[in-house]
Design a protein around this ligand. Structure first.
Ligand code: 5GP
Length: 353
């Protein structure tokens, strides 16, 4: 009998209904599943049809499922058709640079998008056409196959032991959606239960800050050594200084017996997708634009610079960006999310988290 370690388990990232699949060699031998179901893979010998059984259903029988290659090929075949489907976007009517009120077809105006992008950059103005062009490029990148369609993701059975450490809780979402506020509320609600990582930075310590509380203040040399040693889950630069979150800092919070709350860009989730961290990923997404307009008319805080104007109001463009970015995140990384929360009202979203 193979041990759990020797078995291969995957989570399906798409729905599969054999009764709608005319290519299945034998209807009765197929296993139906839905996105999110865990399957135990019994054989991948055949390139087209794998053998599997539903893992969470103890008396489920084994049968055929489409292999990763087969599903990828099918999606690739369907996508060019999607490219030619008329897809319309309505740019915001109050765009100051290019006032457009008519519906626009993606395909027809790609060239104009790019031209608009260059022109508005030269003028030093931000244009939502630029955003549209970027969106089109991201979308077409998916169409032309540079982003693989989600098929199956390997998972491991998680037998919880009483002395197990808590799982890592990862909060992700577009800037401005409220990830920071949710993290702050969780911390205040139960400081003995939740903890956050202390980031590293190469900037000078400010008067009110303390080493190891606000940041670990390190030299550029040390930071760069940490980068080379792959010690950061993520890092970046801001205002000419490095900032980053290390794996060590996650361990430190977990060693205190606390639930570590981490907020990172979804592209970094894979870094912590280990059996040790067993991350539970919460995606915070914005509500519809009408609700954003109603609930976020209030100011947003900008605390990037000490002397910066602390208050700025969300613009219509911020809302469009937020929704656009959330869509992209969900398309590209949705298969890594355990829970999706819509932050229309912060108190409700907090309760859900
Ligand atoms: P401050 O220097 O005012 O404390 O932080 C300025 C900015 O540094 C933050 O708004 C954020 O953009 C960035 N920052 C802070 N911590 C981190 C981190 O751990 N990783 C990254 N990539 N950026 C950070």
């Amino acid at each position: 009998v193979p041990t759990d370690k020797e078995k291969l388990f995957v989570r399906a990232l798409f729905d599969y209904d054999p009764s709608e699949d005319p290519t299945i060699p034998c209807q009765d031998a197929a296993v139906a599943f839905q996105r999110g179901d865990v399957l135990q893979i019994l054989s991948t010998e055949d390139e087209t049809w794998w053998q599997a059984r539903r893992a969470e259903d103890s008396d489920s029988r084994a049968g055929l499922i489409p292999s990763k290659e087969l599903h990828e090929r099918r999606v690739a075949l369907q996508r060019p058709a999607a490219l030619f489907k008329p897809r319309t976007v309505k740019p915001p009517g109050d765009d100051p640079v290019f006032p457009v009120t008519e519906d626009v077809d993606y395909r027809a105006i790609t060239g104009i998008h790019v031209a608009g992008l260059r022109r508005s950059f030269r003028l030093g103005r931000k244009s939502s056409w630029a955003k549209e062009a970027a969106r089109f490029r991201r979308w077409s990148a998916g169409v032309h196959g540079s982003i693989c369609p989600p098929t199956y993701i390997e998972v491991i059975p998680y037998h919880r032991e009483p002395k197990d450490r808590h799982r890592l809780v990862v909060l992700v979402g577009p800037s401005g959606v409220g990830v920071n506020e949710l993290k702050r509320r969780l911390l205040i609600s139960d400081p003995d239960r939740y903890g956050v990582t202390v980031p590293y930075t190469t900037r000078e310590k400010r008067r009110q800050e303390s080493e190891g509380v606000d940041y670990h203040f390190v030299s550029v040399h040390m930071f760069e050594e940490h980068i080379l040693d792959h010690r950061f889950i993520e890092y970046g630069s801001h205002g000419g200084h490095y900032y980053g979150t290390s794996l060590d800092s996650v361990y430190r919070v977990m060693a205190e017996g606390k639930v570590c709350l981490l907020d990172v860009h979804p592209s970094k989730i894979k870094r912590v997708y280990t059996s040790e961290f067993k991350p539970y990923v919460v995606f915070v997404k914005p509500p519809r634009i009408e609700e954003l307009r109603l609930t976020r008319r209030r100011a947003k805080f900008v605390c990037d610079e000490e002397d910066a104007d602390p208050v700025r109001v969300f613009s219509e463009e911020d809302f469009v960006d937020m929704i656009d970015l959330a869509e992209t995140m969900e398309t590209q990384y949705g298969h890594l999310f355990d829970q999706v929360i819509v932050n229309g009202d912060i108190a409700t979203a907090f309760r859900e988290v």
